[in-house]
Design a protein around this ligand. Structure first.
Ligand code: ATP
Ligand code: MG
Length: 345
């Protein structure tokens, strides 16, 4: 009784990692509230808390201590299926919570050659259950973040438009480039920047946003960027309600549904949906069928970006430390005057 000939292929969800190696920039706030806004719009959403701090779980009212199995068990225990760790937190909104013991996963998985693919493998049978899967990454580039980047198609970069924001973004693009080139995920693309805690009246902020806008314009066609990559609007205004909501275990739509923060995240979620529905997302669907192999990945000149600032490599995945994935910045010839970081390799 096969009816598959004319049937449309199963729709894959958009799998989006919210990534910035800098801490406290709005990754978790954005993951929760974009996810909640998408769920309100009728999209089926799953949020995954990849951060041992467990802030995303707490923000949704899930206390990691009492919640049962978490991302830790999902990654470490082969017999634990996704259903066992999934929590339905709101209509259309599921969450895979985490708690502090997830930090140990970095060490416990260190010698497993498949450690970067564990999350993706557990999720594979359930991809069709969702329209959006959002991964809240910790502020480090270790096994947990690489599991998220392995599964994701797209990266959104929450950031504050402050001094050195451009350097931080450049560094992040280098990281995504290395993840592609080393075969962790050859199809990963950066889809945009989300401006968080935004103060538009500051001259510095306006200058940084101009620089970021210019970067996306100059780098159209860069293989690390989606075709529709840009600085998303609206910027999320600094709004105290967004900072208060997590302590009540509520999304901004539960806590203060008409405050500026709620309005901003609702509109932003609509824009994120339209990024995929305007047909410009051809570059991120059907990822596994890509003909590009890691060794064929082009070197990716990034014009307009200042050389990245070297950062301490704490919580780094062993494959990176061992040089399988290098996150050392590659300085472009035209950036020769920029400060060079020490290359360990
Ligand atoms: P970490 O790197 O530690 O995981 P993060 O990047 O996930 O941090 P958040 O936890 O989302 O950052 O935000 C950092 C702090 O800023 C939190 O206290 C949060 O409530 C607050 N915050 C985030 N966005 C806003 C905003 N638009 N207005 C006011 N406060 C905000
Ligand atoms: Mg966070």
């Amino acid at each position: 009784m096969s009816q598959t000939n004319n049937a449309a292929p199963p729709r894959h969800p958009r799998v989006i990692a919210l990534l910035n190696q800098k801490g406290g920039v709005g990754k978790t706030t954005s993951t929760v509230n974009i996810g909640a806004a998408l769920a309100e719009m009728g999209k089926r959403v799953c949020l995954i808390d990849m951060d041992p701090q467990g802030h995303l779980s707490l923000h949704l009212g899930l206390d990691g201590e009492s919640v049962g199995d978490t991302v830790y068990e999902l990654l470490l225990e082969p017999e634990v299926p996704l259903e066992q760790v999934m929590v339905k937190v709101r209509p259309n909104l599921d969450c895979i919570p985490s708690r502090v013991d997830l930090a140990a996963a970095e060490i416990e998985l260190a010698n497993d050659p498949d450690r970067l693919k564990r999350l993706e493998a557990k999720f594979a049978p359930h991809m069709g259950d969702y329209d959006y899967i959002l991964l809240d990454c910790p502020p480090s580039l270790g096994t947990l973040t690489l599991n998220a980047l392995s599964m994701a198609q797209e990266v959104y970069v929450p950031m504050q438009a402050h001094f050195l924001a451009m350097q931080g973004f450049s560094k992040l693009l280098e990281t995504v480039g290395e993840v592609c080139r080393n075969g962790v995920n050859v199809d990963l693309k950066v889809s945009g920047v989300i401006l968080c805690m935004h103060e538009k009246h500051s001259t510095l902020v306006r200058e940084v946003v101009g620089e970021l806008d210019g970067f996306f314009e100059e780098n159209r066609g860069n293989p690390m960027l989606s075709a529709h990559a840009k600085v998303l609007r609206p910027a999320i205004r600094k709004n105290i309600k967004l900072a208060e909501a997590p302590s009540f275990g509520q999304t901004i739509f539960d806590y203060a549904p008409w405050c500026p923060g709620a309005l901003d995240y609702r509109t932003l979620a609509e824009r994120i949906v339209s990024q995929s529905e305007d047909g410009s997302r051809d570059d991120v669907v059907g990822g596994s069928e890509s003909a590009t192999t890691p060794s064929e990945m082009p070197e990716t000149p990034v014009s307009g970006a200042t050389a990245p600032v070297s950062e301490p490599k704490d919580h780094m995945d062993p494959s990176i430390a061992a040089g399988t994935i290098s996150v050392e910045p590659r300085i472009q010839a035209d950036e020769a005057e920029a400060p060079k970081s020490k290359n360990s390799g």
